[in-house]
Ligand binder design. Structure first.
Ligand code: UDX
Length: 446
């Protein structure tokens, strides 16, 4: 929304949230306090805020005044009832729809921005039409393809923008064109793709499933590499140069994380099951199983290398975010690797440049593996990476933060318990350089 406001000064954008603390943070004059850490975002907010970008808790008022409403609430995986652990929970979407229906006194265009299972637009339309004040609602699907850490650049230079709507009716087409005209302020019209609404909803899930599948595919190869002496980076390079395959998303890692991949694939699996397509469901579920395996395998490699026991050993975890340049930790591999290590009674010391201590404990507590007290006893969070590594038996790199590359690894090696082990879950460090430092160095796929 901030980028839309920046690029379309004549459009007034109001971002509303019922959480007043969050809105206060978005309004903070100190741009370092914005609730989301994202490179380039403070500059965009600075330019548009107070001009044509407003952050507010007055939800009804904003609905009343808007011509177009973007629904951007979260759609987490259901943790209860039918579809538990797989289906998307549409509770927040429904609440939004009911509120819009109650408040709206004139025609509105409602844009689904959240990632939704196919056919959600139908449910939205039902609620709006049946509980509304006899005004016309046009539903549009406009899924978000930005990746965290590169969000601003992805928004400014998108590969494509997908806009799905009821394109076979005049009113539907008009609504789609209105959104097309907004993006056309800065995106080449050739990249603005309009489709029917179901295609748009399904394309988002498909794109994420294909991307996650590539990571699971290369991670599956990483295990073969470790057994055979092949090097997964070399394999990825050789395969990626085939233009039919392409080089992106072939970086082997300790497993993909983030708020989208796992959730969207589970959603796809659930949809396949409910459509009576068990083979399709199994096919996609395997992408997730492979990812879980990769995280567990990494932790177990650490344990077996440290003479089959990490009990009461100090293990440093560098990086908690699910990838670099974000403070988002949702589904981060670091959470699961740490959880496995704690099951083996390790003492874990965590350092991440952007993730606060309370988030790290909350992530571990949410797994419910052990009493919260124990997480605090066994895990320490520090602000200094060298402190994390001092006297550690092993270090694991779980997020590819650039700063990790520049550490004085020789100094770290000197101050560790010997022998000192370094496990690189992101293949971040140059193996040749590290070998000279004296570490016993292990990287995924090496
Ligand atoms: C993803 C999609 O890329 C984006 O289009 C969609 O809108 C939301 O979901 P995001 O979750 O922000 O974006 O991050 P992304 O860069 O796609 O990375 C996802 C995970 O895969 C990360 O944990 C990342 O480290 C991992 N990954 C990515 C790899 O392990 N190897 C790779 O080669 C690429």
């Amino acid at each position: 929304m901030s980028v839309i406001a920046q690029k379309c000064p004549e459009i007034h954008v109001t971002v509303v949230d019922i959480n007043d603390k969050r809105i206060a943070a978005w309004n903070d004059t100190d741009l370092d306090k914005l609730p989301i850490y994202e490179p380039g975002l403070p500059e965009v907010v600075k330019e548009a805020r107070g001009r044509n970008l407003t952050f507010s808790t007055a939800v009804d008022d904003a609905i009343d005044k808007a011509d177009m409403i973007f629904i951007s609430v979260n759609t987490p995986t259901k943790t209860y009832g039918v579809g538990k652990g797989m289906a998307a929970d549409l509770k927040y979407i429904e609440l939004c729809a009911r509120q819009i229906a109650r408040v709206a006194k004139d025609d509105k265009i409602v844009v689904e921005k959240s990632t939704l299972p196919v056919k959600t637009a139908q449910a939205l339309k039902n609620i709006l039409d049946n509980t509304g004040n006899d005004v016309d609602f046009q539903i549009i699907s406009n899924p978000e393809f930005l990746a965290e850490g590169t969000a601003i650049d992805d928004l400014l230079n998108p590969d494509r923008v997908l806009i799905g709507g009821d394109i076979h009716t005049n009113k539907g087409n008009e609504a789609v064109q209105k959104l097309v005209d907004i993006y056309a302020h800065w995106v080449d019209r050739k990249r603005l793709l309009t489709t029917n609404i179901w295609s748009s909803e399904l394309s988002k899930l498909t794109a994420n499933a294909f991307l996650a599948q590539r990571v699971s595919s290369i991670n599956a190869m990483s295990e073969i590499c470790e057994k055979t002496g092949a090097d997964v980076d070399e394999v990825a390079r050789a395969v990626g140069m085939d233009t039919r395959i392409g080089s992106k998303f072939l970086k082997s890692s300790v497993g993909f994380g983030g708020s989208c991949f796992q959730k969207d694939i589970l959603n796809l699996v659930y949809i396949s099951k409910t459509l009576g397509l068990p083979e399709v469901a199994d096919y996609w579920e395997q992408v997730i199983l492979m990812n879980d395996h990769q995280k567990r395998r990494f932790a177990m490699k650490m344990v077996s290398t440290l003479y089959n026991t990490v009990s009461d050993k100090k293990i440093a975890v560098l990086g908690w975010a699910f990838k670099k340049d974000t403070n988002d930790t949702r589904e981060s591999a670091a959470i699961y690797v740490t959880d496995h290590l704690l099951n083996e009674q390790a003492k874990v010391v965590v350092y991440d440049p952007k993730v606060p201590e309370e988030r790290i404990y909350a992530d571990l507590d949410a797994l419910g593996t052990r009493p919260e007290r124990e997480n605090r006893e066994r895990v320490t969070v520090v602000q200094d990476p060298y402190e994390a590594c001092e006297n550690a038996h092993a270090i694991s790199i779980l997020t590819e933060w650039d700063e990790f590359k520049d550490y004085n690894w020789e100094k770290i090696h000197k101050e560790m318990y010997k022998p000192a082990f370094l496990f690189d879950g992101r293949r971040l460090l140059d193996a040749d350089k590290i070998e000279k430092t004296g570490f016993d160095y292990y990287a995924i796929g090496k």
